[in-house]
Design a protein around this ligand. Structure first.
Ligand code: DIR
Ligand code: MN
Ligand code: MN
Ligand code: MN
Length: 314
């Protein structure tokens, strides 16, 4: 695997500061060396730098639209470059509003991508349905072609054009979905495996059906957008909106192992790690180490162990 890493230390898609520390914490936990140790070629593109955006008045309920729009444009351009350089792109967040730029930048070089969104939340509120005004609860609404007519013109967002169809999306891990979001999911017929389906089918069948759905016509590049709050807060407590009853560590890792197995992972987001929201050092390290393990498992780490192809016994 050839991996390009970009840090997006951005928090303005929600209200709790600390999530901008995610990229450096995940790196400090040894991500790059561990990826190299399992045979990956790694290029670290560093962290994006986001300037101040003055007079960023809310648009209706939507908070800090210009800052979010501008940061996502920077990210989209960089992800596009990383894809054109031939890497699988890893975006370290930052809050989940950065999936807008990550997916748009990815789509700029891979037109036929599909999205697997692993999250406790659907993040599909529109600017008109959002109960909180936080853009990290809305990114999907800007990206889906079928919702285009429902999205008003937002300052800072004029460059954003939807790039995916409702049928190209699978959700896994949902358990905190707003009523309007639930309506949108049903109305568009979006494939979703809530925690109820994970309980009912088991994670094995969830992943089989996920692959059947996204590859029903042809094999295509996968954009995996992984919100660390998909996992149970007993595993990853240091995050902005934890919700009880989440994926176990093993279910979370099984998802990334199976996505790796497809051979079609083209871009990954690892978002919403917020060290300021861990109550103890152990809570922070459990969250950060889980994020690292999920990334490693996207790029070939297997729990049964492995060895280099030319390995000889001493
Ligand atoms: C809620 C919470 N649905 C919102 N969303 C979160 O703000 O739109 N997404 N926490 O990660
Ligand atoms: Mn979430
Ligand atoms: Mn439902
Ligand atoms: Mn999310």
């Amino acid at each position: 695997h050839s991996v390009g890493i970009i840090g997006a230390p951005f928090w303005k898609g929600q209200r709790r500061d600390g999530v901008e520390k995610g990229p450096d914490l995940i790196r400090d936990a040894g991500l790059v060396d561990k990826l190299k140790g399992q045979g990956c070629l790694v290029r670290d593109y560093g962290n994006l730098k986001f300037g101040d955006v003055p007079d960023d008045e809310s648009f209706g309920k939507v908070q800090r639209p210009r800052a979010v729009g501008r940061a996502n444009k920077q990210l989209a351009d960089t992800v596009h470059t990383i894809k054109n350089d031939g890497h699988t792109c890893v975006m370290l967040g930052g809050d989940h509003s950065m999936a807008i730029g990550s997916i748009l930048g990815h789509a700029a070089s891979k037109k036929d991508l599909c999205v697997v969104w692993v999250d406790a939340h659907a993040d599909i509120n529109t600017p008109l349905t959002t109960p909180t005004g936080n853009i990290h609860g809305q990114p999907m609404s800007y990206l889906i072609k079928e919702l285009h007519s429902k999205i008003p013109a937002i300052p800072g967002f004029s460059w954003i054009k939807p790039c995916i169809s409702a049928q190209d999306i699978v959700y896994i891990g949902l358990r905190d979905v707003d009523p309007e979001e639930h309506y949108i999911l049903k109305y568009l017929g979006i494939k979703s495996f809530s925690m109820t389906e994970v309980d009912h089918l088991g994670i094995t069948r969830v992943m089989e059906e996920t692959c059947d759905h996204i590859f029903s016509k042809v094999k295509r590049p996968i954009h995996l957008s992984y919100d660390i709050d998909a996992l149970d807060p007993s595993v990853s407590p240091a995050t902005g909106t934890p919700v009880v009853g989440g994926l176990t560590y093993r279910e979370g890792i099984y998802i990334t192992e199976q996505i790796c197995q497809t051979g079609l992972l083209s871009a990954l987001d690892m978002v919403e790690v917020n060290p300021k929201l861990g109550r103890t050092e152990a809570e922070v390290s459990s969250t950060v180490n889980t994020a690292v393990d999920l990334v490693l498992s996207c790029f070939g780490r297997v729990r049964g162990g492995s060895h280099a192809p030319d390995y000889c016994m001493p």
